[in-house]
Design a protein around this ligand. Sequence first.
Ligand code: SF4
Length: 529
Amino acid sequence: MKAQPDLTQVEKDKLEINPDFDFREIAKRPFEDISPNELAMFKWSGVYHQLQPSFFMIRVVTPGGRMTTKQFNRAVDLGEKYAQDEMCITTRQTLQYHWIRKEDIYKIIEGMAEVGITSKNGCGDVPRNIIGDSLAGAGPNQIGDSLKLIRWMADDDEIQNQRNLPRKHKISVASSNDALAQTLMNCQGWVPVERDGVVGWKYHAGGGLGARPYLAKAIFDWVPEDLVMAVTRAAIEAFRRHGDRRHRAHSRLKVVVDQMGAKKFGDVLIDIMKEKNVQGLDSIEFAASAVPNIGRMSINGEAVIPQKTEGKSIVRILIPRSEIKTPESRIISKLADELGGGIIMFTNRQNIELHDVPNENADKLVAALHEAGFKTEGHEHLPDIVACVGTTMCKMAVSDSPDAYHRLYNALATDETYWKAIGTLRINITGCPNNCAHAWVADIGLRGTRTRNPEGGSVEGYSVFVGGKLSEDGKIAEYLCDAATEEIVPAVKKILDAYLANRQSDGELFVDFCARIGISNFQELVASE
Ligand code: SF4
């Protein structure tokens, strides 16, 4: 028999180090006594060692991105005390603290636990925060109750105690057939469907971005709601059995599904459920085609969205670069209680929505937000740029993505007439190929890289991609050009000007324009600008 190579260091650590650290004990240990392997395993508790020695990031898990104001107020109190007065909203609808001292990690974890929020499985080779779309529980088109499924999954020991998967595992549950829930870029993606008044679920698997992006395939067209958990658990089991533990670059479920194909992956799930004696499997319908068909984004810039429940509205707030300071957080929380329904939702574009706002309060709430300095206009448009932390805090970063954010925001997003003329257009900036900010599926995606310096050597810059989408069958953005950081504003301006000058009508979306003209024509247009 061929000799097996040794386990990788990560796999050894996962077997040898208990990921449930006692952070009170860690607080007492000198930093030098914590091994790099233990530091790496802190992630399983949502604790990341920052770029800056002896400072940490903590990611708390907020299923579906939803918090009550009581929970949010506690998060704010902890941020004020231990995280330099600031929190960040992530693209997986969670909250993150930065600049945490080792001695304070347990204080945040215990403080959040008192209001029912954990940081367990915030990072690591585990099932991560179960996401949905920010309209969940309220959106005008929702089918069934996605929040119920998200809660089931977040509370399920069989899912949440999977602490040694081959790699991270991401699940999304949509509240309607809408690309907002990012179904196609998750390992598992559920979309509700109604037949003759009965709610069931379409099931997708195998999506994931990172350095090599894959879009999910349709696996089942119909799964009865009472089998959703069995399928979700079976997919995690399939991942355990078939995921590659030798090469981390190939270890995500996306590679398993890609190699097996949709039909075989579905067969594997059915077989696993049969082993577990799950009943009613005949009612699951395989997908007629592996090519998914997800609805288009149903929201395009609205500040106020009428809820399905009559008399209630959603009010949306733009959070610049996802960072929210203590005083602003307290204002939002107070307004959510006084004029809203006491519910705060974090969006995957790193903004905030207030749900269950009585219609008669909506205008008053928007006016109060404006008076406090918040913006409510510009969602899914140029002012709504997503960027990761880049070289400011991340060990993997190549480029300073917050700097690129500010350059683009200041140059392109402050002129309301201009961004309204451009229309719906999402820019995402990611500081390295890991793609935490989802550049692959943005209208315009910037990915940090070193780019050629005409005077010799290389300089910090970005590869620019266009035309990504998560609706219909999805599309990974295509490479357009490279630009040094200093050139990033003129480069994006040329792209926007080419679009404005050549689109068929004001209503032709940027993503449709990209598809119509093709990438090489787009490159020529930009070169001639
Ligand atoms: Fe760090 Fe890269 Fe992720 Fe940005 S995309 S947060 S630089 S790993």
